[in-house]
Design a protein around this ligand. Structure first.
Ligand code: SDX
Length: 431
């Protein structure tokens, strides 16, 4: 961490405390409160971490006011247009865009780790066929901690590297298997002659009874969706992976914890919830009814795919996703997709409404993604597994950064306690 450039003065009960302030290369300065409890005997209080920096990172930067997302300094719209997912994976994992030789080597290492241990097939059989694919992914990814013991010694940089490659490589295979299992079709093995996105599409949609040709339009759109979801600073699931990993736990088990957190509708589960909401709205004339519900304090309903903890402007990923939705549906010859029409009308109506404008609520990454995924043939239950697949490289990059920090400490927050004060046990006959 850079040297402190200034101090913040805190006065409690007439006593002054000077706290070091650090500046990053971008974004808000931070006040270092690590010694506050020792000096002043008080904690800070920030349940949703709205004003708390949990770590010092160099991977991703978000400027919420400007609607900017940078991965190692490169803006997401340029990466989505000019790069591709495995190159973005390399950038996130190693900090720089790869040379041609570095990219070829990285893609070869990922490609040659896409199969999973054959015995893991039996794990799927223990689930009901109607299990949500996210329930399967949490279980199967967690089970990787029992199959790859040669890449779980996190103190060994080489084993950390192998675990990273294995996670990036195997997530599409596991996600596709979860899908196949849910529809009662046989698993399709990965192929080394296909690129990452094409391999995933084939593992999802190929059947033994027919040849499967990957549609290049869908493959490019799939790869772009992977890129748009790759990493996003210290979001809830990434923070989950960091906290779980801070105890030195098995990396695969920590990724499973991240998958569990991502599943929630307030986070990665919003893409499924958003499409289901758009389908429930059905036609533009019902939009006012749903806008009213979203504004009603007594109604827990929220516009799914809208709002963000950090973005108080357009989510740059939503902009790219919206363009991609138009392109993909047009190229697929899907005219006048009613769900896309409702989405566009809903966005227009919400952004014109003072409630959303005043609270700076804009479409986020989940607002348009489901429309593309549905057009590609995925059921809504596969939307969040695809988010999890894409975000694995972000979780792993953040994990690697944290684990390799010699200052690493186990994460152990404190609390504001409002429970019972000390009292003696009462025997049951006296209650
Ligand atoms: C992701 O963190 C990340 O980076 C996440 C993510 C990533 O890539 O990892 O970007 C992915 O999770 C995107 C977000 C997906 N979730 C949704 O689309 C679900 C709907 N959105 C919300 O639930 C909400 O906006 C959150 C959870 C995304 C953010 O919530 P915050 O920051 O805790 O804000 P809040 O709940 O305190 O809301 C502030 C105000 C409240 O009104 P007041 O109490 O101040 O009067 O805005 C209102 C909220 O009621 N509000 C909404 C709303 N979102 C916030 N009102 C209606 N509809 C919404 N969608």
């Amino acid at each position: 961490m850079a040297e402190s450039t200034k101090t913040a003065k805190l006065t409690i009960d007439g006593k002054d405390y000077d706290l070091p302030v650090y500046a990053g290369t971008s974004g808000p300065d931070v006040i270092d409160i690590r010694k506050l409890y020792g000096q002043a005997g008080v904690f800070t209080y920030d349940p949703g971490f709205t004003s708390t920096a949990s770590c010092d990172s160099t991977i991703t930067y978000i400027d919420g006011d400007r609607g900017q997302l940078l991965h190692r300094g490169y803006p997401i719209d340029q990466l989505a247009e000019k790069s591709h997912y495995l190159e973005v994976c390399y950038l996130l994992l190693y900090g720089e865009l790869p040379s041609p030789a570095q990219l070829e080597d990285f893609e070869s290492r990922v490609t040659n780790h896409t199969m999973i241990h054959e015995q893991m097939m039996y794990l799927f059989r223990g689930y009901r066929r109607d299990a949500h694919p996210m329930a399967i992914m949490v279980g199967v990814v967690g089970a990787m901690s029992a199959f790859y013991h040669d890449s779980t010694d996190i103190s060994d940089p080489w084993q950390r590297e192998v675990a990273s490659i294995r996670m990036v490589a195997k997530m599409p295979t596991i996600a596709a298997m979860a899908y196949k299992y849910s529809i009662g079709q046989p698993f399709v093995y990965p192929r080394n002659d296909l690129d990452y996105a094409s391999n995933f599409l084939r593992m999802c949609f190929a059947v033994p009874a027919a040849d499967y040709e990957v549609n290049p339009i869908l493959s490019r759109a799939m790869d772009r969706i992977f890129t748009l979801h790759a990493d996003h600073e210290q979001n809830a699931s990434t923070s989950t992976v960091r906290l779980a990993s801070s105890s030195g736990a098995n990396p695969f088990a920590c990724i499973a914890a991240g998958i569990a957190c991502l599943w929630g509708p307030a986070h990665g589960g919003a893409n499924q919830a958003c499409l289901e909401m758009l389908q429930e709205i059905g036609t533009p004339d019902r939009i006012p009814e749903f806008i009213a519900r979203a504004k009603d304090k007594d109604d827990p309903f929220r516009l799914m795919g809208f709002g963000h903890r950090v973005y108080k402007n357009f989510d740059p990923r939503a902009k790219v996703m919206k363009q991609s939705a138009d392109e993909v549906l047009d190229l697929l010859g899907i005219e006048d997709n009613p769900t896309l029409q409702v989405a566009k009308e809903l966005e227009k109506a919400a952004l014109a409404d003072p409630y959303f404008a005043d609270k700076k609520l804009f479409p986020n990454v989940d607002f348009y993604s489901g429309i593309i995924l549905e057009a590609m043939g995925f059921p809504t239950s596969m939307f969040t597994p695809i988010f999890a697949l894409s975000r694995t490289v972000g979780w792993i990059s953040q994990w690697k950064e944290m684990i390799s920090d010699p200052q690493l400490k186990i994460g152990r927050p404190r609390q504001l306690y409002h429970g019972e004060t000390l009292r003696d046990y009462v025997d049951i006959e006296n209650r």
